[in-house]
Design a protein around this ligand. Sequence first.
Ligand SMILES: [Zn+2]
Length: 288
Amino acid sequence: MKILFIFFSAFTLYFVSKPKDTQRVFDVHIHGSNDLVNQLKILEHGGVYKAALSTSWDLQNNYRGKSKINLLFGLMFPCPNGKVPYSLQSCYESGQEWPPLNWMEQQIKESKIDFLGEVLNEYYGISPSDSLLFPYYALAEKYKLPVGIHTGGAGPNHGSPNFKIEMGNPLLLEKMLLRFSQLKVWIMHSGDQYYKETIDVMHRYDHVYADISVISNPDIVPSPQFKIIMKAFLEAGLEDRIMFGSDNGDIEKVIASLDEVDFLSREQKDKIFYKNAERFFATAKKAK
Ligand SMILES: [Zn+2]
């Protein structure tokens, strides 16, 4: 009887803790947490098997070698007053706003960087096509690293005094797209309120992708609005270039919100949950 009870408890525990019939998810937009063990556990339980992480360089280094989730490591810049928006941790040890280029190239050569992003030009108050960013884009192009650029609005209390909402318009990407024609670029948050501009840019530059972080989070954007945006992307024929992102939102809720879009087929959802991201990041070298 006792043995049976032990067996039964183990059996129950196995099924309670085992992720249910989970969706495979490649989350292209996560940031750091001070409780990284718990964060990774929750993501894994939600079905996330791969994720693109960007946060302060210090915190990011804490994730290396600690995760069952296959992590891609980003480089966040330019940092207003040297800080990561919201958490206000120092982006870099010596408080720089811009990582030195020779240091960055060294990190790329040592396989410590998989992509550039989140590019914070809007928080810094400049255009994504500002020439200050060009040497960074040139290095990304040289090493075939994708570049993810924040677009749209921002939450409260980001702590970036020069933030300019008009710098979050994806149409501003045009100059850099023309100059760096081989660069792999993704529009983070799909432009949010500028989603029509995102569609315009993606129509004209067919190698540009977008992630649905924030717009798919029902705690930030009401789900009818998310559906309107998804419908517009679908009607524009962009289903092969939209990628899933949670931006540290409640992973279960964000996954459910895409799952609940009733005009998407199973195959279209799988593309957005992971297949498009697998293609987009295929050339990225794997960081250690
Ligand atoms: Zn962002």
